[in-house]
Design a protein around this ligand. Structure first.
Ligand SMILES: N[C@@H](CCC(=O)N[C@@H](CS)C(=O)NCC(=O)O)C(=O)O
Length: 275
């Protein structure tokens, strides 16, 4: 692991590090905010998964999460959204390839050599983090935005018992019925492959989440038709899932929306993480 930068932040440290996980066979960069309590012992962790086109950096500098994380004594992890590099397959479209890993393990060439983001987020990256930093493996929660909201919800439901709470900002909620999903699943998993295990609405209908769920969606989001929030809201209610789905009037898809509700999401996760 290489240290790229460490800056004092709200009494703790905002670090940026890189390493080369075997699953992605590429140099991966991540951000990690440690609150000052981490000097004395392991602290709970909130994972933040970013959306299309993002690196580890967007949320780290634009979501305004560190101050609230410091208040609750919670660490934040900001992983990248895909493997990267000249040797890594890519596509001209912004929503496929580098910057668009969709938090799954690709099975199809040329993607399967490096695009193993599920293994990375639930396997190699936590393996490194819990060894190198004062983080409590028993106290993890997960959130994300857009493609990262899809990642947070699907990984939380695919790995029961791992995360105590899950939230999402404007998640890609029903990708098997959307152009933000069908194209990527066909490329990464194969034309006609069953991708229902990577669809938050279908997973919600099928198994739900054993813990609290919080979803925030802006009513003026320019991508509403691609995100399909109504399908997830319906699945949550049909299942009587513990949680809340909030339609926030006038907000769009940007980080101004995310920053506006970050305080609520940190408080929501802190309650689950410290109980
Ligand atoms: N570039 C795309 C949209 C990309 C986009 O909005 N990405 C969101 C996640 S889905 C994001 O977080 N962008 C980075 C940022 O705002 O910092 C377009 O204009 O259609």
């Amino acid at each position: 692991m290489k240290t790229i930068s460490e800056n004092r932040c709200f009494g703790g440290v905002q670090g940026v590090y890189s390493h080369r996980p075997a699953c992605c066979d590429s140099e991966m960069t991540f951000g990690l905010f440690l609150p000052e309590e981490a000097r004395d012992g392991p602290v709970p962790v909130l994972w933040y998964l970013s959306g299309l086109t993002c690196t580890h950096e967007n949320a780290m500098i634009k979501a305004g999460a560190q101050g609230w994380a410091a208040e609750h004594g919670v660490a934040l992890v900001f992983p990248d959204t895909s493997p990267r590099g000249e040797h890594v397959a890519d596509d001209e479209a912004f929503d496929l390839g580098q910057g668009a890993g969709f938090y799954l393990d690709a099975t199809q060439e040329p993607w399967s050599d490096h695009y193993r983001m599920e293994s990375y987020i639930v396997g190699e990256l936590p393996g490194l983090l819990f060894e190198e930093f004062a983080l409590d493996v028993e106290r993890q929660a997960i959130t994300g935005h857009s493609m990262g909201g899809h990642g947070a919800l699907t990984l939380a439901m695919r790995h029961p018992g791992r995360y105590r709470s899950v939230s999402a900002f404007s998640p890609i909620a029903n990708p098997t019925a959307s152009d933000w999903g069908r194209k990527q699943f066909a490329a990464y998993l194969g034309e006609g492959a069953d991708a229902s295990g990577h669809d938050a609405s279908l997973l919600m209908a099928d198994r739900g989440f054993d813990g609290p769920v919080l979803i925030d969606q802006g009513s003026d989001d320019q991508f509403l038709d691609l995100l399909r929030p109504e399908t997830l809201a319906h699945a949550m209610m049909a299942r009587r899932q513990q949680g809340q789905f909030r339609m926030q009037p006038g907000y769009d898809h940007s980080y101004f929306f995310i920053a506006s509700f970050m305080e609520d999401h940190l408080a929501f996760h802190a309650e689950a993480l410290w109980s």
